[in-house]
Design a protein around this ligand. Structure first.
Ligand code: S3P
Length: 168
């Protein structure tokens, strides 16, 4: 059984995913990191030099590869939900969990990041609000939801493990 973590930037997918995978005995895959390794470029440079559509194509190709594997926990990039094909593939092959957080919490968590090409402008809060508004209905469609705003990392990890064990 695979587990896929979805959610907006800064909701803790990578941090939680790494720890939860370890506790569950699953192989952890950080999609963004794997794309960076394979391309030999940072996400920011891929967006700048090759464009967002190219990055989205890499994401979908990687998802097609991951759903063939077994016993992995994958932390997805925050934008994979923009393509319904990505979500369908993962929903058919595992337990899909979306991590959420309040806008203010997201702002705090991403404010020092230099590798998020969609959050590089002046008014970070407005960018977060706009993107969340565009995407919130898509995140809401994921089977399982966890609001991480007031939870510790360990508490979120325990929620993920519990949801996975209930998933049929
Ligand atoms: C993106 C989220 C990022 C990364 C890219 C685009 C998005 O991943 O894939 O910068 O569209 O929300 P994280 O959610 O891991 O920051």
């Amino acid at each position: 059984m695979n587990v896929y973590l979805f959610g907006f930037m800064g909701t803790g997918k990578s941090t939680v995913g790494r720890l939860a995978a370890k506790e569950m005995g699953l192989d952890f895959v950080d999609m963004d990191k794997l794309i960076e390794e394979r391309e030999g470029m940072s996400i920011k440079d891929i967006f700048q030099e090759k464009g967002e559509p190219f990055f989205r194509k890499l994401e979908t190709e990687l998802i097609k590869e991951l759903v063939q594997r077994e016993n992995i926990l994958a932390a997805t990039g925050g934008g994979v939900i923009k393509n319904q094909e990505n979500v369908d593939l993962m929903q058919q092959s595992g337990c899909c969990i979306c991590l959420n957080a309040a806008q203010e919490v997201i702002l705090q968590r991403v404010s020092h990041s230099k590798n998020r090409p969609l959050l590089l402008g002046e008014d970070l809060m407005k960018q977060i609000q706009d993107l969340l508004n565009q995407r919130k209905a898509l995140y809401a469609k994921i089977d399982h939801q966890v609001d991480t705003s007031v939870l510790s990392i360990q508490e979120v990890v325990q929620h993920v493990i519990a949801l996975q064990s209930q998933h049929s």
